[in-house]
Design a protein around this ligand. Structure first.
Ligand code: 5GP
Ligand code: MG
Length: 184
Protein backbone atom coordinates (compact mmCIF):
# COMPACT_ATOMS: atom_id res chain seq x y z
CA UNK A 1 0.00 0.00 0.00
CA UNK A 2 1.52 3.26 -1.10
CA UNK A 3 0.50 6.54 0.40
CA UNK A 4 -1.84 8.24 -2.01
CA UNK A 5 -0.44 11.76 -1.73
CA UNK A 6 3.13 10.58 -2.09
CA UNK A 7 2.51 9.12 -5.54
CA UNK A 8 0.62 11.90 -7.28
CA UNK A 9 -1.20 14.98 -6.19
CA UNK A 10 -4.17 14.05 -8.38
CA UNK A 11 -4.78 11.29 -5.87
CA UNK A 12 -6.05 13.95 -3.52
CA UNK A 13 -9.41 12.61 -4.62
CA UNK A 14 -10.26 10.56 -1.55
CA UNK A 15 -12.13 7.97 -3.60
CA UNK A 16 -8.84 6.59 -4.83
CA UNK A 17 -7.45 4.17 -2.29
CA UNK A 18 -4.04 3.19 -3.56
CA UNK A 19 -1.98 3.02 -6.71
CA UNK A 20 -2.00 -0.50 -8.09
CA UNK A 21 0.27 0.12 -11.11
CA UNK A 22 2.36 3.25 -11.54
CA UNK A 23 2.80 5.02 -14.87
CA UNK A 24 6.36 3.74 -14.95
CA UNK A 25 5.31 0.12 -14.34
CA UNK A 26 2.68 0.43 -17.08
CA UNK A 27 5.19 1.94 -19.50
CA UNK A 28 7.76 -0.79 -18.88
CA UNK A 29 5.22 -3.58 -19.34
CA UNK A 30 3.67 -2.03 -22.45
CA UNK A 31 7.13 -1.72 -24.04
CA UNK A 32 7.80 -5.41 -23.32
CA UNK A 33 4.43 -6.42 -24.78
CA UNK A 34 5.16 -4.36 -27.89
CA UNK A 35 8.46 -6.15 -28.35
CA UNK A 36 6.83 -9.59 -27.94
CA UNK A 37 4.00 -8.77 -30.32
CA UNK A 38 6.41 -7.36 -32.91
CA UNK A 39 8.33 -10.64 -32.83
CA UNK A 40 5.20 -12.79 -33.08
CA UNK A 41 3.99 -11.48 -36.44
CA UNK A 42 5.54 -10.96 -39.86
CA UNK A 43 4.94 -7.81 -41.89
CA UNK A 44 3.01 -9.84 -44.49
CA UNK A 45 0.49 -10.88 -41.80
CA UNK A 46 -1.17 -7.45 -42.24
CA UNK A 47 -1.74 -7.11 -38.50
CA UNK A 48 -5.05 -5.50 -37.57
CA UNK A 49 -5.19 -4.25 -33.97
CA UNK A 50 -8.75 -3.85 -32.70
CA UNK A 51 -9.30 -1.98 -29.45
CA UNK A 52 -12.40 -2.61 -27.36
CA UNK A 53 -13.73 0.83 -26.44
CA UNK A 54 -13.75 2.70 -24.33
CA UNK A 55 -11.48 1.17 -21.70
CA UNK A 56 -8.61 0.16 -23.99
CA UNK A 57 -8.02 3.54 -25.62
CA UNK A 58 -4.92 4.60 -23.69
CA UNK A 59 -3.41 1.11 -23.55
CA UNK A 60 -3.94 0.68 -27.29
CA UNK A 61 -2.44 4.07 -28.08
CA UNK A 62 0.68 3.27 -26.06
CA UNK A 63 0.92 -0.34 -27.27
CA UNK A 64 0.77 0.31 -31.02
CA UNK A 65 3.61 2.83 -30.69
CA UNK A 66 5.77 0.01 -29.29
CA UNK A 67 4.98 -2.35 -32.18
CA UNK A 68 7.54 -2.13 -34.95
CA UNK A 69 5.84 -4.10 -37.74
CA UNK A 70 3.24 -2.53 -40.06
CA UNK A 71 -0.27 -2.57 -38.63
CA UNK A 72 -3.68 -1.01 -38.93
CA UNK A 73 -5.98 0.06 -36.09
CA UNK A 74 -9.72 -0.23 -35.69
CA UNK A 75 -12.10 -0.21 -32.76
CA UNK A 76 -15.06 -2.15 -31.54
CA UNK A 77 -17.75 -1.17 -29.06
CA UNK A 78 -19.53 -4.03 -27.37
CA UNK A 79 -22.33 -3.80 -24.84
CA UNK A 80 -23.26 -6.66 -22.55
CA UNK A 81 -26.85 -7.32 -21.70
CA UNK A 82 -28.35 -9.52 -19.02
CA UNK A 83 -25.19 -9.12 -16.98
CA UNK A 84 -25.40 -11.12 -13.78
CA UNK A 85 -26.69 -14.21 -15.43
CA UNK A 86 -23.89 -15.45 -17.63
CA UNK A 87 -26.27 -17.64 -19.60
CA UNK A 88 -28.45 -14.74 -20.75
CA UNK A 89 -25.57 -12.24 -20.94
CA UNK A 90 -25.48 -11.35 -24.61
CA UNK A 91 -22.99 -9.10 -26.32
CA UNK A 92 -24.26 -6.54 -28.81
CA UNK A 93 -21.91 -4.68 -31.11
CA UNK A 94 -22.62 -0.94 -30.97
CA UNK A 95 -19.73 -0.19 -33.31
CA UNK A 96 -18.45 -2.87 -35.60
CA UNK A 97 -15.06 -2.51 -37.32
CA UNK A 98 -15.43 -1.21 -40.85
CA UNK A 99 -12.31 -3.16 -41.83
CA UNK A 100 -12.79 -6.70 -43.13
CA UNK A 101 -11.26 -9.33 -40.84
CA UNK A 102 -11.00 -12.01 -43.52
CA UNK A 103 -7.45 -13.27 -43.92
CA UNK A 104 -6.06 -10.74 -41.46
CA UNK A 105 -3.97 -11.34 -38.35
CA UNK A 106 -6.34 -9.82 -35.80
CA UNK A 107 -5.21 -8.76 -32.34
CA UNK A 108 -7.95 -7.75 -29.90
CA UNK A 109 -6.81 -5.27 -27.27
CA UNK A 110 -8.83 -5.33 -24.04
CA UNK A 111 -8.39 -3.29 -20.87
CA UNK A 112 -9.27 -5.87 -18.22
CA UNK A 113 -10.65 -9.38 -18.05
CA UNK A 114 -12.86 -10.08 -15.06
CA UNK A 115 -15.18 -13.04 -15.57
CA UNK A 116 -14.10 -13.35 -19.20
CA UNK A 117 -17.73 -13.29 -20.33
CA UNK A 118 -17.33 -10.36 -22.72
CA UNK A 119 -14.51 -11.99 -24.66
CA UNK A 120 -16.08 -15.45 -24.57
CA UNK A 121 -19.16 -14.07 -26.31
CA UNK A 122 -17.25 -11.82 -28.66
CA UNK A 123 -14.45 -14.05 -29.92
CA UNK A 124 -16.62 -16.67 -31.70
CA UNK A 125 -18.44 -13.87 -33.53
CA UNK A 126 -15.15 -12.44 -34.76
CA UNK A 127 -13.76 -15.90 -35.54
CA UNK A 128 -16.76 -16.42 -37.83
CA UNK A 129 -15.40 -13.63 -40.05
CA UNK A 130 -12.46 -15.86 -41.02
CA UNK A 131 -9.41 -13.96 -39.80
CA UNK A 132 -6.11 -15.72 -40.50
CA UNK A 133 -5.48 -15.57 -36.75
CA UNK A 134 -7.28 -14.13 -33.74
CA UNK A 135 -5.38 -13.31 -30.55
CA UNK A 136 -6.06 -11.22 -27.45
CA UNK A 137 -3.80 -8.85 -25.58
CA UNK A 138 -5.32 -7.81 -22.24
CA UNK A 139 -3.60 -5.28 -20.01
CA UNK A 140 -5.08 -6.75 -16.83
CA UNK A 141 -6.49 -10.14 -15.87
CA UNK A 142 -8.39 -10.75 -12.61
CA UNK A 143 -8.59 -14.50 -13.26
CA UNK A 144 -12.04 -14.75 -11.72
CA UNK A 145 -13.78 -16.70 -14.46
CA UNK A 146 -14.67 -20.28 -13.68
CA UNK A 147 -13.75 -21.66 -17.06
CA UNK A 148 -10.47 -20.05 -17.82
CA UNK A 149 -9.89 -17.65 -20.69
CA UNK A 150 -6.19 -17.22 -21.30
CA UNK A 151 -5.23 -14.48 -23.74
CA UNK A 152 -1.96 -14.88 -25.62
CA UNK A 153 -0.68 -11.70 -23.97
CA UNK A 154 -1.49 -10.36 -20.50
CA UNK A 155 0.08 -7.25 -19.01
CA UNK A 156 -0.48 -7.94 -15.32
CA UNK A 157 -2.50 -10.16 -13.05
CA UNK A 158 -4.88 -7.77 -11.32
CA UNK A 159 -6.06 -7.72 -7.72
CA UNK A 160 -9.76 -8.40 -7.16
CA UNK A 161 -10.47 -4.72 -6.58
CA UNK A 162 -12.26 -2.12 -8.66
CA UNK A 163 -9.56 -0.47 -10.75
CA UNK A 164 -9.61 2.90 -12.48
CA UNK A 165 -7.24 4.99 -14.57
CA UNK A 166 -5.20 4.47 -17.75
CA UNK A 167 -8.49 4.18 -19.65
CA UNK A 168 -10.52 2.40 -16.97
CA UNK A 169 -13.44 4.33 -15.54
CA UNK A 170 -15.88 4.50 -12.71
CA UNK A 171 -19.10 6.06 -14.08
CA UNK A 172 -16.90 7.65 -16.79
CA UNK A 173 -14.54 9.31 -14.29
CA UNK A 174 -10.81 8.62 -13.80
CA UNK A 175 -10.03 7.42 -17.35
CA UNK A 176 -7.34 10.08 -17.76
CA UNK A 177 -5.21 9.06 -14.78
CA UNK A 178 -1.77 8.01 -16.06
CA UNK A 179 -1.61 5.21 -13.47
CA UNK A 180 -4.06 2.51 -12.32
CA UNK A 181 -5.57 2.81 -8.86
CA UNK A 182 -8.18 0.96 -6.85
CA UNK A 183 -11.26 2.68 -5.48
CA UNK A 184 -12.61 2.53 -1.98
P1 5GP B 1 -15.83 -9.62 -18.02
O1 5GP B 1 -16.74 -9.79 -19.19
O2 5GP B 1 -14.46 -10.23 -18.25
O3 5GP B 1 -16.43 -10.09 -16.73
O4 5GP B 1 -15.67 -8.07 -17.78
C1 5GP B 1 -14.78 -7.31 -18.52
C2 5GP B 1 -15.19 -5.86 -18.51
O5 5GP B 1 -15.71 -5.46 -17.22
C3 5GP B 1 -14.01 -4.97 -18.77
O6 5GP B 1 -13.83 -4.74 -20.15
C4 5GP B 1 -14.39 -3.70 -18.03
O7 5GP B 1 -15.20 -2.91 -18.85
C5 5GP B 1 -15.21 -4.19 -16.87
N1 5GP B 1 -14.39 -4.33 -15.65
C6 5GP B 1 -14.05 -5.47 -15.01
N2 5GP B 1 -13.30 -5.23 -13.93
C7 5GP B 1 -13.14 -3.89 -13.88
C8 5GP B 1 -12.44 -3.00 -12.97
O8 5GP B 1 -11.80 -3.38 -11.99
N3 5GP B 1 -12.50 -1.66 -13.26
C9 5GP B 1 -13.18 -1.17 -14.33
N4 5GP B 1 -13.17 0.14 -14.51
N5 5GP B 1 -13.85 -1.98 -15.21
C10 5GP B 1 -13.83 -3.31 -14.98
MG1 MG C 1 -14.34 -3.08 -21.26
Amino acid sequence: MTSVAARDRRLADRAVRRVAFTAEELGDRVRALGTEISAAYRPEDRLLVIGLLKGSFIFLADLVREITIPLQVDFLVAASYGAGTTSSGDVRLLYDPSTSLAGRAVLIVEDIIDSGTTLKKLLPRLQARAPASLEVCALLHKRLGTDHLEPRWVGFNAPNEFLVGYGLDHAEDFRHLPYIASLE
